[in-house]
Design a protein around this ligand. Sequence first.
Ligand code: PAF
Length: 284
Amino acid sequence: MSSASIEHTIDGVRAHVARARAEGRTVALVPTMGALHAGHVSLVQRASELADTVIVSIFVNPLQFGQGEDFDRYPRTLDADVAALAKHPVSLVFAPDAAEMYPGGASQTRITAGPVASLFEGAVRPGHFDGMLTVVAKLLNIVQPDVAVFGQKDAQQLFLVRRMVAELNLPVRIDAAPIVREPGGLALSSRNRYLSAEEKRAALVLSTALAAAADAGAQGADAARAAAHEVARAEPGAVLDYAELVDPATFKPVAGDFAGEALAIIAARVGATRLIDNRATRIR
Ligand code: PAF
């Protein structure tokens, strides 16, 4: 067990990394927005297997929230997060405020995520992925880790981060940790804490719709898509946004004659809360 120290400044985190490097230690970054749960802990565990020094960043990035989204009510639980991380192999928690990250106000320079950023999550959250990539690029530049660990749950985010790192030749390895689920199948998310007990029950439809897609995969992509839609639409407590099968290499919907490993993705609104999930799905 370790006790993580907390650092609020960029100079401070850079000094911490420099000390680790001077001791010959490798560095992993786990970028988060806080409100940590067991899914984040799994990222930390994975990071600790990949590098000697684990840095967790906690920053609710205003750039990736649009008008009318939950930026103001997004849970901010820094003390509880730091206490929770003290039980895990974390060397430093980097928790800057907005003035530290964006001293001139909202950054004028942005990473543009490209056409995939206007599909799925990007279609309902315009600008979200540009803001997300911009802060991820900043965090990678600040910490300069050997590896950064992201959750597979945010599959479109992970795809775009990987592409940014490849296309901008950023010297970091991106690692993905599997989704952590509650016993009923609900994928862990910081936003789950918005759900009432009844909404939590309704939210199970996301994982059951994905399971239906996987079961129908042997009959082809169209059958798998239809199976997910049928299950999702049968749940009155959830409003389906999309249920799709995408090619993991492009994040574009697969054609009806696709064969191979696809990614089934789903988003639905349960009460006021938008939830997402995904599952690797073999087609044919
Ligand atoms: O997945 C998240 O929590 C955020 O999008 C990230 C990667 C920390 C960037 O703000």
